[in-house]
Write a protein that binds this ligand. Structure first.
Ligand code: TRP
Length: 460
C-alpha cells in the first residue's frame, strides 16, 4: 500500500494493524455480551469491529426483519479465507436474516478481465456450491449477478450523482490513468449494498454487510452517499430528545415548500410537518416543537435509544413523499487468518491457504510446511514453550477447525507450556482439518445438481 492512510480493496497486500484501522476509520468495537448465541468467531474476538450493529441486534431482539448482503468476486478458487464470511452469514441467517449474495461479475470483468461467462461458471461451481455445503439455507438465500440485475446498475448511476472524482481519489487513490470500468465498480457495489432495501427486493429494513476491513472503503462510500440522499436528518438534541431537520435539495424543494428564490411557502411546510408528526404516531410522542421556517421538528420527550425507530418512521415517510428512503448499511469486520507461509492468503499462491476441495495429501503437506511458532530445538521448546500468536497450526484451529473453546484453550496452554511440540500441534491441526474437509466434501455432494435453489429468478 503506497499510502498507509488508505485501504486499497484491490491490493494484494493487507494491512493487519487493526487497532489503527479501527481508530482511523471510526469503527466501533464489538460487545460480545450483546450478541445472542455468539458464534466461535465472536467468542474468539475474530469479529473485532462494527458499524451500526446495534440496529441489527435490535431487529433480532424484536424479531423485526433485517437482511444480510454479501458479495463474492468470481475469480480463482474458494479457500478458507472466503469461508469466514459465509460462517458469519450463516449465523445471521440463523438469527432471522434474509440473505442476498452478489456475484460481482461486473467487478471481476472490470478489475481482472474475467469474462461474464467464466465469472458465472466460477461463481456457481466454486463458490455457491461451497456456500451450500457450509450450510446456508436456500429458502432465504438469493444469489444474483451484477450483470443481470438492472435495478442495481440503475442505482449505481442514480447514486453516482452524489459523489465525484475527488472523493474517489480520496477514498481509493484513483488517478488520471485509472480505467473507467474500475471507477464504476465501487458505484455498482454501492448499488449492491443498498438495493435489498428497495420495495421489489424486500423493502425498507436494516441490511448488514459482514466483510474484512479491506472492503470498508466501499462501506464508507455507501454510508456517505445514502446520507446525502436522505430528506430528513435525525439527531440527538443537546437539550435532550431528538431533532428532525429537513434536508432541502433539488428533488424535494417543491414538496418541502421552498421556491427557487428561497422563499418558504408556509402552508406547504406546515402540512409537511403535520404529516411528519403523523408518521411518528406508532411511537407515540405527545410533545413537539416545530419550526417550519428553519425546517426543524424537536421531540423533547424522545430518548436517544429511540433514534433508530424514529429514523425508520422518517424514512418510510420520505418514501411516501417520493424520496429513496435509504438507510446506511450496518457492517461487521473480521480479522484475517494469516497465510500458511506467514504472508497473506491468496488464491494465486496455493501454498498460502487451504482450498475447500484440497485433497488430504495437499492439506497435510501445507500444514507440515506451515509457519510455526515453535522454538528451534526440542530442548528450547520444552523450556520456553511455543508462541500461539505466530503459529499457523494453532491459528487455523482457532479460526476454522476447533469449534470447542475448552479444547482450544487446552491446546494453547499445552503448547505455550512446551508440553506440545510443533509436530504434535501440527498433527492435531491436520486431524481436525481432515475431518472438516471430508465433511464439506460430503455436503457438496449432497448439493450436486441442486444449486438453482439458491439462485434468484433473475439469475436462472
Ligand atoms: N468487492 C468485493 C470483493 O472484492 C465483492 C463485492 C461486490 C461485494 N459487491 C459486494 C462484497 C457487496 C460485499 C458487498 O470481494
Amino acid at each position: 500500500m503506497e499510502d498507509s492512510s488508505r485501504i486499497d480493496p484491490w491490493s494484494s497486500e493487507q494491512s493487519t494493524d487493526y487497532a489503527r484501522i479501527r481508530d482511523q476509520f471510526g469503527l466501533q468495537g464489538v460487545n460480545i455480551h450483546k450478541i445472542p448465541n455468539p458464534s466461535m468467531l465472536h467468542r474468539r474476538g475474530i469479529i473485532f469491529a462494527q458499524r451500526d450493529l446495534d440496529v441489527v441486534l435490535g431487529c433480532m431482539e424484536r424479531k423485526d426483519p433485517f437482511g444480510v448482503l454479501t458479495g463474492l468476486m468470481p475469480s480463482g478458487r474458494m479457500h478458507l479465507g472466503h469461508s469466514m464470511v459465509i460462517e458469519q452469514v450463516r449465523w445471521f441467517q440463523q438469527q432471522g436474516a434474509d440473505i442476498t449474495v452478489t456475484v460481482a461479475d461486473l467487478e471481476a470483468l472490470a478489475t481482472r478481465g474475467t469474462s461474464l461467462e467464466t465469472g458465472r461458471e466460477t461463481a456457481i461451481k466454486e463458490y455457491i456450491h461451497n456456500y451450500a455445503a457450509l450450510g446456508l439455507d436456500p429458502d432465504t438465500t438469493n444469489v444474483y449477478f451484477q450483470s443481470s440485475r438492472p435495478e442495481v446498475q440503475r442505482l449505481a448511476f442514480t447514486l453516482g450523482r452524489k459523489t465525484n472524482l475527488s472523493e474517489f481519489e480520496a477514498i481509493y487513490g484513483f488517478k488520471g490513468d485509472t480505467n473507467l470500468a474500475h471507477v464504476q465498480a465501487p458505484l455498482v457495489q454501492v448499488g449492491d449494498i443498498v438495493h435489498p432495501q428497495m420495495e421489489e427486493f424486500g423493502g425498507l429494513r436494516p441490511i448488514v454487510v459482514p466483510v474484512g476491513v479491506d472492503q470498508d472503503p466501499h462501506l464508507r462510500l455507501t454510508r456517505g452517499i445514502t446520507g446525502k440522499t436522505n430528506w430528513f436528518n435525525v439527531k440527538v438534541r443537546k437539550a435532550g430528545g431528538l431533532t428532525i431537520s429537513l434536508s432541502v435539495q433539488e428533488d424535494n424543494s417543491e414538496i418541502f415548500g421552498t421556491s427557487t428564490n428561497g422563499r418558504i411557502d408556509r402552508t406547504v411546510r406546515e402540512s409537511i410537518f403535520e404529516r411528519l408528526k403523523n408518521s411518528l404516531t406508532p411511537i407515540g410522542y405527545s410533545d413537539y416543537i416545530s419550526n417550519p421556517k428553519h425546517g426543524t421538528l424537536d421531540i423533547p420527550g424522545a430518548k436517544a435509544s429511540d433514534l433508530s425507530q424514529v429514523r425508520m418512521c422518517v424514512l418510510r415517510f420520505e418514501r411516501e413523499l417520493g424520496g429513496m428512503g435509504l438507510m446506511p448499511p450496518s457492517s461487521t469486520y473480521h480479522r484475517f487468518a494469516v497465510g500458511m507461509t506467514g504472508d497473506k492468503m491468496s488464491s494465486s499462491k496455493p501454498e498460502t491457504t487451504i482450498f475447500m476441495d484440497d485433497s488430504q495429501e495437499e492439506m497435510t503437506k501445507k500444514v507440515k510446511r506451515a509457519f510455526s511458532g515453535g522454538q528451534p530445538t526440542v530442548e528450547e521448546h520444552r523450556r520456553l514453550g511455543g508462541d500461539c500468536s505466530k503459529d499457523v497450526a494453532f491459528q487455523y484451529l482457532q479460526f476454522f477447525f476447533e469449534s470447542d473453546d475448552s479444547e482450544l484453550s487446552q491446546i494453547a496452554r499445552d503448547y505455550e507450556a512446551g508440553k506440545l511440540l510443533t509436530g504434535e500441534i501440527k498433527q492435531i491441526c491436520i486431524d481436525r482439518a481432515s475431518e472438516w474437509l471430508k465433511d464439506i466434501a460430503e455436503r457438496r455432494d449432497m448439493w450436486d445438481g441442486r444449486l438453482e435453489e439458491f439462485l434468484a429468478p433473475d439469475a436462472l
